[in-house]
Design a protein around this ligand. Structure first.
Ligand code: FAD
Length: 279
């Protein structure tokens, strides 16, 4: 299939964790993804680990690997050094983000918003990097309203983003309306839906409240029913996410980006089912 498939990882904290992650990336590489990506801790934490993880995964899996890059609390000099390091190591894909200042850090640094980072990358490196940006079909939680958020997304496209990955969502209409609105605003870059498989309802619920992703009421009620039965929860959730992915593809989504949580399953299973349905 000619659809973009990608998987996102976070850097592991231990040597064993990194070794496991490389094995995971090698297994997921069998699905022939367009790229892997590795998150970057806003405000300083784990940033070196991101670079090392990106390099190891690209080398060991043979799949192009993107680095996420957050600019909040940082400087032009620091961003420039990081970009130079990536360029020297043949990493040519960046997921450019503002990030959120960690608790206790007050200095926003030299960049206010992600569109400034996109402009900076273009000024610094021309077209060397393929730049992805974040998109929020259900609105970024700090934005005052949907229209303002959409306009701010368009600024990132105008600054030079090549494509976008969305925050995860469980409501396909939110994605479809968002894509149509972006097109109406003249932004026609590919917008890849971010897919978050469901493993643990409590964790998902807490995380979703923080990042502004809605779990629809009916889905929440269903997931709560399986509180003491993780096997049934997994079976139900995998079916639901697979159906959701198929719906998105049928409606014209250019691909799928999996928030893998560093796990092979259920990402592989869902992805395989979706790919099978397209052949
Ligand atoms: P922006 O696009 O700058 O938007 C942030 C807020 O500011 C929005 O409310 C927007 O409407 C508003 N805004 C934007 N531009 C302007 C402007 N010019 N003027 C006024 N207001 C403006 N976080 C990490 O720490 N590390 C990661 O690796 C990471 N990866 C992510 C990957 C994806 C695909 C997604 C969707 C999110 C990721 N995040 C990551 C989380 C992200 O950093 C947060 O959601 C953060 O709050 C916003 O980052 P952004 O790049 O979307 O910011």
């Amino acid at each position: 299939m000619n659809k973009h498939i990608s998987f996102e990882f976070f850097p592991a904290k231990t040597e064993q964790g990194t070794a496991n992650l490389i094995t995971t990336s090698q297994t997921l590489a069998e699905l022939n993804p367009e790229f892997f990506s590795v998150t970057f801790g806003a405000g300083g934490s784990d940033q070196e680990r991101t670079l090392n993880t990106v390099l190891s995964i690209q080398q060991e899996s043979g799949i192009p690997t993107a680095s996420h890059l957050t600019c909040v609390g940082s400087s032009r000099k620091r961003m420039s050094d990081i970009l130079d390091t990536y360029k020297a190591n043949n990493i040519n894909r960046i997921v450019a983000l503002r990030g959120d200042l960690p608790m206790g850090m007050d200095d926003p640094g030299e960049f206010q918003f992600a569109d400034e980072l996109v402009s900076f990358i273009r000024e610094h490196s021309g077209d060397f990097f393929h730049i992805e940006v974040a998109a929020y079909p259900e609105k970024h939680p700090q934005s005052i309203d949907h229209k303002t958020d959409l306009n701010n997304f368009v600024k990132k496209v105008n600054a030079g983003a090549n494509s976008a990955i969305t925050q995860y969502f469980y409501n396909t209409d939110a994605y479809s309306y968002f894509v149509d609105e972006c097109a109406a605003a003249g932004s026609n870059i590919p917008i890849i839906p971010g897919i978050m498989p469901i493993g643990n309802f409590e964790n998902l619920s807490r995380f979703s409240d923080g990042c502004g992703a809605e779990i629809p009421r009916w889905l929440r009620i269903r997931l709560e029913t399986y509180e003491d039965d993780p096997k049934s929860l997994r079976a139900f959730a995998d079916d639901y996410i697979t159906e959701m992915c198929m719906t998105l593809i049928k409606r014209g989504a250019p691909g799928l980006h999996f928030y893998s949580m560093n796990q092979v399953e259920p990402n592989r299973k869902i992805c395989n089912e979706v790919l099978k349905s397209l052949n």
